[in-house]
Design a binder for this molecule. Structure first.
Ligand SMILES: [Zn+2]
Length: 172
């Protein structure tokens, strides 16, 4: 059986480190390693297997899943959580350091960690669904929320704080 985790990589574009301070590089490197570990978790991988089977998403259509070190920045300055290029490549991007700093002011550190992990998982679910529903953004969003809730409920990790964080992820 093909394993999705074998296709998971941390990917760095060397030219992109220019313009980032040491503090940023350190933060984004740590962020990427948390993201990688989260997405690689056997429990989550098994959940993705189940979801992909249920949705008839064939694994061979995904060639690799890249955890990018630095945030995506479009020309209009908007961030992006992830991207499926239509040809088998999925990229997962971090939130900006400045955004995470603001989160730390509002929440405890543990909750911020939960936010980062939950966002990474929701992003991968979202991009995998795009493999099947290429341009149907509404459907992909609806299904992402559905499948993510199923996963979180199975973990029994729901409390007021996590619900708050999850709402923040899906309303951005
Ligand atoms: Zn989308």
């Amino acid at each position: 059986m093909q394993r999705l985790s074998n296709k998971l990589r941390i990917s760095i574009c060397p030219q992109k480190t220019e313009g980032f301070s040491d503090k940023h590089v350190k933060f984004y490197t740590k962020y990427a390693s948390v993201t990688f570990k989260t997405l690689n978790q056997p429990l989550f991988q098994r959940f993705l297997d189940w979801m992909m089977q249920r949705e008839n998403i064939e694994k061979h259509r995904i060639t690799n899943v890249q955890v990018r070190i630095f945030p995506f920045r479009s020309e209009n300055g908007n961030g992006l959580a992830g991207k499926f290029n239509g040809k088998g490549k999925i990229a997962i991007y971090p939130k900006r350091l400045e955004f995470c700093r603001r989160l730390v002011q509002d929440f405890e550190k543990e909750t911020v960690y939960f936010f980062i992990k939950a966002r990474a998982m929701a992003t991968l679910i979202h991009e995998l669904l795009h493999v099947k529903y290429l341009h149907d953004e509404d459907k992909v969003r609806r299904l992402t929320r559905k499948y993510f809730s199923i996963f979180i409920n199975r973990q029994g990790a729901q409390n007021t704080n996590t619900r708050h964080v999850i709402n923040r992820i899906f309303t951005q």
